[in-house]
Design a protein around this ligand. Sequence first.
Ligand code: GLN
Length: 483
Amino acid sequence: MINASLKELAAALASKQISSVELTQLFLDRIVRLNPEINAYVTLDSDKSLAQAAAADALIAQGKAGPLTGIPVAQKDIFCAKGWRTTCGSKMLANFTAPYDAHIISQFDAAGAVNLGKTNMDEFAMGSSNETSFFGKVQNPWDRARVPGGSSGGSAAAVAARMAPAATGTDTGGSIRQPASLCGLSGLKPTYGVCSRYGMIAFASSLDQAGPMAKSAEDLALMMNVMAGFDSRDSTSLQREKEDYTRDLAKPLAGLRIGLPKEYFAEGLDAGVAKVVEEAIAQYRKLGAETVEISLPNTQLSIPVYYVLAPAEASSNLSRYDGVRYGHRAAEYTDLMDMYCKTRAEGFGAEVKRRIMVGTYVLSAGYYDAYYLKAQQLRRLIAQDFEQAFRQCDVIMGPAAPGTAFKAGEKTDDPVAMYLEDLYTIAVNLAGLPGMSVPAGFANGLPVGLQVIGNYFDEARMLNVGHAYQQVTDWHTRMPEGI
Ligand code: GLN
């Protein structure tokens, strides 16, 4: 059961081979055994999970089950879930119980899925290693001394260690794709605006996007069917017809044009990772795809642009944590200003403070034009690179991350080295495009992800591209030893 696909789990539930209560208990038992070390979950509530499972069993008995009814899903702790502690990995929200459901959570509820627990993450989703969480670092199940990637590292470790069949993540600059790559999973960041951000704790609102993390592309498609869709409560949610993301899974790939950006295979890419990615691309040629060299000339600008814009938006979004209405409040203070200062000094970790300071600086009157405005202009150029590229190809491929999972502590003293983890993912967020990572092999004994970037709203095709590859390879079925 722990290796089963979502489709297999749905079939097992439908045929009464297992009940949702039993399935949920099976995963809860694994969590009890593995989580004390891996630390993928920060909040569990087995009573709530099992009650949802019992309700799902009732639906199944009445013949009213949908594709995810009764299936346990781990939720990144960035999504507000009514009655659940929702921390965003921060001391600031360590005692915050959400009074309402994020849109994504209510979509899973409506589908009859079971909330298995809230997963660990970098504080306010700022990080690439899950080491900035107030609740401690997460271990990579493939090598416990290494990081799972971030910021959705808890979700990634939970699925990789088979402590959940699937999970949600969010991706502002790579936080679904990079941990998926480092943990040997499939992960999809949809087109900006496809999944509602309502009730998803804001980091950088023009970049944040929710998406699924699972073992296979087919599982991602089933998750997307639940997660995607218009929501009037998010002003950037796109009003589009409901899609069936599984519709193109079985299409042949003959004639597919794959763009290979020369900037993605240049300096900074680990040789072992390059080899795996090149082998994956060779596999696509065997499947009938053609490759064409393309250029994304502004790739090098994406990290500097992001580290102006994301902190700017974060500094504004995080101003709400003032100790007045909810979240942490300093125990002792002399006046209102002192209360604000002490609350924020105590409640935020170092990386969050760094971002707030950078963001406040680039937005300040004297520097706004030089940094923030300039970064906005460059963001447009980065998006235009992709517009150009998609005239020559249907999808773009390259590495998801420049290397494999690194050792815990290895990059904590060097923020810039940490920021470079997102060299190949950030531009996709800046352009608002969809991006996916699928397991493509191993380098240095650790998983490597192939990134597939699609044009706007081309998720169904990307999932087809992932699925076709997973029909002829078995990297996505590999599981870490000893768990
Ligand atoms: N690693 C990037 C950052 O630290 C991206 C994080 C994310 O996608 N949430 O901001």
